[in-house]
Design a protein around this ligand. Structure first.
Ligand code: NAD
Length: 408
């Protein structure tokens, strides 16, 4: 029984026709290689924990660990499938992985978070390692969580191995540029899309989610003079059609408050923000935000996915039919994992690479990846969306590798 979400099963089925896949290839694509589960005891309660490696054709597992109350086996499996596709598309030597604990992190003290992080590693360390499966931060996990996890791993295995996890602080072998890498990658991609599609006008933006990905994207855009009409977080949204002051919003958030505490704008709901009149809608919060229920009401002509899976499979079809271009997650948010790859290779070799060189490398990679996807879209006469084009490229490469390995 596949543990993949129904949306992903539908997407693979669509590829079957486009790429003329055999039943064996489809089965391989729908099956996770390794699903590990554990129960973590914390504060006298039990919490489910998962680590999934979806595919290893191109290299070790790679993908974040999230602490969230909605984590479940199907979600982790689907996220690890997306990581497999994303890593293949990005041309980095990884398979795909993901992990998570089903827990509300907002109810945890720092000490409890540390205990949870260490306990996660005690449960899964045998399956992790720089050449096995390499975790990273995800929703509600950060560089401090990575530090505890690295420390616990090294205690259990009795050896130094910083490449077993990425997104670490600089002191432990991390890269300064990891912090805003996802936003930067998305920014590089959307600027190319703007170059291709907006002649002289500077398009306007609305951003859902004002955490790591969303707030850094807002800062990069605002620095370059783009107008951001609205932003939201879990408490709601704020809108000003003349544009928001992003610096003020960042200050407000740094004090632990919400974007709705911003004074110079109109408060709007989390649902309304998605349907505002804007050129580009950036989704940087959670999955399944644009679905068949609201896809017809979306006014933006471009959607930039920083979150994983924010547009459902049914919504994809509706948006495509009304000429809304979705720049898909597996392309747009891959800056984070690309910089994780820089960190991992540096940890493995012991070489220290210059930051400006790595910044340039990120830019080149993001531009090349977009161009590859765009070329595939043109080859198909614009009759498929960018997500399908990206999947076609990534899946072809995974299957070719599996064939070479003799697994197909
Ligand atoms: P984060 O925890 O830093 O921020 C999440 C933000 O979303 C917060 O501002 C939160 O208030 C907001 N939010 C939660 N529910 C919301 C709702 N219903 N409406 C509007 N906003 C809501 O997380 P992040 O690192 O910024 O990640 C955001 C998304 O991007 C996630 O889907 C994550 O998987 C994806 N992503 C992040 C990275 C990365 O490097 N940070 C890389 C790839 C993908």
């Amino acid at each position: 029984m596949t543990k993949l979400s129904a949306d992903n099963v539908k997407r693979i089925n669509a590829l079957k026709t486009l790429l003329n896949l055999s039943a064996k290839e489809v089965k391989l694509l729908k099956t996770a290689t390794q699903i590990k589960k554990a129960t973590i005891n914390l504060k006298g309660k039990k919490y489910q924990a998962f680590r999934v490696v979806y595919n290893r054709a191109l290299g070790p597992g790679k993908g974040g660990i999230r602490f969230h109350q909605d984590v479940n086996e199907e979600e982790v499996t689907s996220l690890s499938f997306w990581m497999t596709i994303k890593n293949s598309l990005a041309d980095i030597p990884y398979g795909g992985g993901k992990g998570g604990v089903r827990i509300n992190p907002k109810n945890l003290t720092e000490i409890e978070k540390e205990t949870l992080s260490r306990e996660y590693i005690r449960k899964f360390y045998k399956f992790l390692g720089q050449d096995k499966d390499i975790p990273a931060p995800d929703v509600y996990t950060n560089s401090q969580v990575m530090s505890w996890m690295l420390d616990e791993f090294e205690k259990k295995t009795q050896r130094h191995e910083p490449g077993m996890i990425t997104g670490k602080p600089v002191e432990l072998g991390g890269l300064l540029m990891r912090q805003d890498a996802t936003a930067k990658g998305a920014y590089i991609v959307i600027k190319e899309v703007i170059k291709k599609n907006f002649k002289s006008k500077k398009p306007s933006f609305v951003i859902q989610g004002f955490g790591n990905a969303g707030s850094y994207l807002a800062q990069l855009l605002s620095k370059d003079g783009y107008k951001i009409l609205a932003v939201s977080d879990s408490k709601g949204g704020i809108y000003n059609r003349n544009g928001l002051n992003i610096k003020t919003l960042v200050d407000i958030k740094s004090k632990g408050k919400s974007v709705v505490d911003y004074n110079d704008g109109e408060k709007i709901s989390g649902e309304e923000i998605l349907e505002l009149d804007t050129d580009i809608l950036a989704l940087a919060a959670l999955g399944d935000q644009v679905t068949k229920k609201n896809a017809n009401n979306i006014k933006a002509k471009y959607i930039l996915e920083l979150a994983n899976g924010p547009v459902s499979e049914e919504a994809d079809k509706i948006l495509f039919n009304k000429n809304t271009m979705v720049v898909p997650d597996i392309l747009a948010n891959s800056g984070g994992v690309i910089v994780s790859y820089f960190e991992w290779s540096q940890n493995k070799t012991g070489n220290v690479l210059d930051n400006s060189y790595l910044e340039k490398l990120l830019e080149t990679k993001m531009k090349n990846n977009l161009q590859k996807v765009y070329n595939q879209y043109l080859v198909k006469d614009k009759k498929i969306d960018l997500r399908t084009a990206a999947y076609m490229i990534a899946v072809k490469k995974i299957l070719a590798t599996e064939k070479l390995r003799g697994n197909l």
